[in-house]
Design a protein. Sequence first.
Lengths: 128, 506, 597
Amino acid sequence: MIDALAAGPVDLLATRSYYAGTFLLLGIGAYVMIASPNLVKKVIGMNIFQTGIFLFFIASAYVDGAQNPIVGPKATGPFVSPLPHVLILTAIVVGVSLTAVALGLIVRIYNEYGTLEADVLQEVRSDD
Amino acid sequence: MTDLPPFLVALPLVASVVVLFAGLVRSETGWPIAAMAGLGQLGLAGYVAYQVFTAGPTSYVVGGYEAFYGIELVIDGLSASVVVLIAAVSLGVLAFARTAGPRGNPFYATYLLLVGGLTGVVITGDVFNMYVFIEISGLTAYALVASGDTGRSAVAALKYLIVGTVGASLYLLGVGYAYIGTGTLNMADLSAALPTVADGLGYQSTLVQTAFAFIAIGLFIKTAVFPLHTWQPEAYAGSPDSVSGFISALVSTTFAYALIRISLTVFTPDFFAAVDAAQTLLIVGAVVSIVAGSALAVSQSEIKRMLAYSSVSQFGLVLAGLAVLNQTALIGATVHLVGHAIMKGGLFLAAGLIATATGAREVHEYEGLSERMPYAAGAFAVLAFAMVGVPPAVGFVGKWYIAVGAVQAQLWPLAAVILLSTLLTLAYFARLVERMYFREPAATGDLAEGEGTADTRPDAVVADGGRPSVGMYVVVVVAAVLAVALGAAVVPFAEYLQPTIDLLLP
Amino acid sequence: MTEITPSLRPLAAVLVPAIAIVPILLSGRRPNLRESWTVLAALGAFGIVASMVPGVLSGSVYATQLGAFLPGVQFTLRADALGILFGLLASLLWVITSFYSMGYMRGLDEHDQTRYFAAFAASVASAIGVAFAGNLFVIFVFYELLTVATYPLVAHDETEEARAAGRKYLTYTFGGGVAVFAGAVLVFWLTAGGTAAGTTAFTPGGIAALATADPMIARVAFALLAGGFGVKAALMPLHSWLPDAMVAPTPVSGLLHAVAVVKSGVFGIARVVLDIYGPGLVGELGMGTILAAVAAFTLVVASIIALRQDNLKRRLAFSTVSQLSYIVLGLAVGAAAAPGRASAYALVGGLLHIPAHAFMKLTLFFCAGALHVETHTDDISNMAGIGHRMPVTMGAFAVAAAGMAGIPLVAGFVSKYFLLIGTVSAGNVIFAAALLISGVLNIAYFWPVVYTAFFEKPTESDPKPLVEGPLGGRFAGTDPGTAEGLVTDGGRDDRHTDGGDPSDDEADTDHGFAESHEGQGIEDKIDAAEQLHHEHGPDERLDWEHRRWIGEESTWLMLGPICFAALGSVVLGIVPDTAVFLEIVRLIVENVTGVVV
């Protein structure tokens, strides 16, 4: 892992492409959350942000030329590490429930104020 | 070793499901079941804490899968204290919520789920498991904030949800780094493995430092440390009174605990000794939070927002206790963690009580309150002065430990800010006390109008309670009495805590 | 020499007034019952404190141990000589102030009397706690509680001015509290010297471990402690809350802002100088001279400011600021001078001035309050001839004022005599000069009051020096009696004269005075004028009604305390050796310095 740091930036990107992907997703997610005035898009941004982290975990489990970690008579290692997959499965469940709650809230906000735009919402509320 | 720890989480979770299903049969069943579960939880937590304080830390391997693969629950003095705090405060708030609302079985189910989630965060010995519990607490907290029936609650909850999720995700990212470096998620294994990662580069490696930075920032967001506090004032102010009392007392407290736990158990003091920047991060967070939180609190006109910013400032103080990294200050941080929960929870409930009775939610509406509600105003004033740090209340004792710790560590600027925080806190509480006791209430015409607008104001979160009950008064007064009386109990508490502190900060 | 006797009496002395709060609050509907609780508690507290005096004089120290408050910090209440001096004073004067309060509060038919009496009891409990505190932390605890307990009394009027004064009071004194806290933490840390826990327990002559500690940090700690206590002791430039706090009812100004609260600050400084650092170490660190310089500056400047005050209570307040610095000066000079008789004399003078000033200033405030209740007169310029209306009151005022100025046979003389001897024999010419100048200034600001009360008539009074013109008298160049436009008290000319709602013109003043309560300027003049009668003589001049010297002027609830306090000042002045205070002071100084005075 440290050896890669010694190589040039291009090599680094090539060998750590998943890494770049992770932070690209994190960046996009954060940007959408902050910049988009639409509440639903903010939630989408949040999902993208989380997806970046999922990718990070899953990629870390990857081992060159390894098999699925299904242990049986025919399986002879090396295996891909199964633990991150399990973890991320949990995290995805958490993410889904978060999205559900968020969308539920958005429905309520829409019923109450009749808008999904954060800036309009602010105006409506300051008028009250 | 005892088999009780998993029940600390299981009891509220199961009770939550029971409440939900009981609600399908009969609608008025929520409170009694929740109260029974709360009592059981308190008894259980008390018993476990007793065992921990007498026989030393205990741990439990879930499902028989040994640590490294399996999940371990670890309870030492620090976590036992917070577990008891959670059980006690949740029971108190439950008593308050009986008349103050919100009611309904879904509310009580969510409430118990939050208790279970927070307890899980505190007793788990596994960093990923902690993430799951953080998200459980987060989800239920968002739902509770949104239980206020108004648009304002929903907007506050959505903001809380988005910011809170980012915080939890950053925590997860940090955990990912640590996992990649070490291949383990168990806290004890991690602390043993971290010094040797990256070919022995250990704490100096970017990997470990990045992991710490992400975890710390993630938990800063969850704890609402300035400037990452943006979700918190609106979430506290926008939720129903019982909920803001509960969340303000426990949620940030639990995440501050998580920060202490991760910093000291996983990264250990050696990490801070090796990496100056890590300690600097904590100190800067503490100082900025104390000062900025107080300054913002002074400028608020809504009581609950003011109290919320006060929390930002007080958690700065807790963070300071951690950042000093010596035993005295750590005891102080623990004491203030517990003390703040009782004081701030009491203050929010007192504010809720006052709002229920008079509709007063703004600072100026508190004028002449002592005439109308002597007991509530008295309790509010006592809690406020305790928070300022007037001895011998618990607010003073915590501050004293932290200050002495800072002086021992010769961190002079931090010590100065800690001492000045007394005056900063005074700045925003004194004006309330003055209004309650030394101003005549506004003219009667204004008052009636004020009440009218308070109730019809679309943004105001009006609980479906109505008249305050005796139970609400009792809870608030008990909080005020505890805030003063616990000050005397700190010395024996610190003695019980000492073995744990010795382990955390050798 | 000193033996520590475990006893519950120091605790009881604190608890009696503290517990009295409950029945006082409960019997709020029945004033007579409520006041009898106050009197009972006052007598009880005084009795308990007095019962310890003989023991303390014979060398024992009563102590109550209440276990560890913080690790290494015991919650100890102990009555040693210095503690008993302040405790005795506070509890004795509380008794007479209780009676006076009844007369005053009922005479004015004040609102919220229950809160007033409850807060008063809480303040006294805290003050006795300060007196009997066994270490820096306990004293800090009670010092803060005293602030909280006194706040309702300062803001009692519930006017904008009173609230402003209350805010200022809280800010100043909590600021001081923080400084004390910081200083205490530093001392705790310094005395630890690397070991487990330090100490802040009061030890006559100073804590030994401090002498070997880092001198720089020791200086910082001393500055923090002296500055923190200096807030309540009204050392300049931290004094400005005190004149503003005069908006409180007069008994509060009398007992708390001349005795209990401000003296708790002075007492704190005394504890720090005598029992934490020890006079020798303070001198070595070079802090004695600095403290003495601050005190000397304060006592001269405050006297000069007092000259310009037309409102009697404000003048008394600045006089308090000045007189408190006598005490601090005594302590500081005693610390700065080489150990020996000179140092001991200065210490005796400073400490003796604590009771001496208490008696005299209490008399003066009681007089000012009686004038306010009976004639609604608060400004000195309206007091011409008032001696006819209030003969006993103004007579007592004259006696106490003479004592303030250091005229023999009254208490102030004895303490100032010791102070002067101490300063001169220590060779501090400048400080001695400051004492003498201030003595002259004392006469300058008290004499006009006495003069105008007895030797002038409302229609033919001279303008007073500095208040209405630089020189006063016939040099002032204004027509006597028509000086309305010249009231120099800070542009108060623009006020409405209809005595209207005080809340809507809060901005034009920074004195912290509610106009309707303690009228000043024109309003006061109107109030005073209403009291004037046409004489039955041939010329039918306006004059105060004449009352005889047998108590027709007011109720004995007020006159009794006035006479008692005035008598106290005289007894302290004529036979100081039989009054117990000097004996206590000698014992304190002997314990600390080893010099028998």
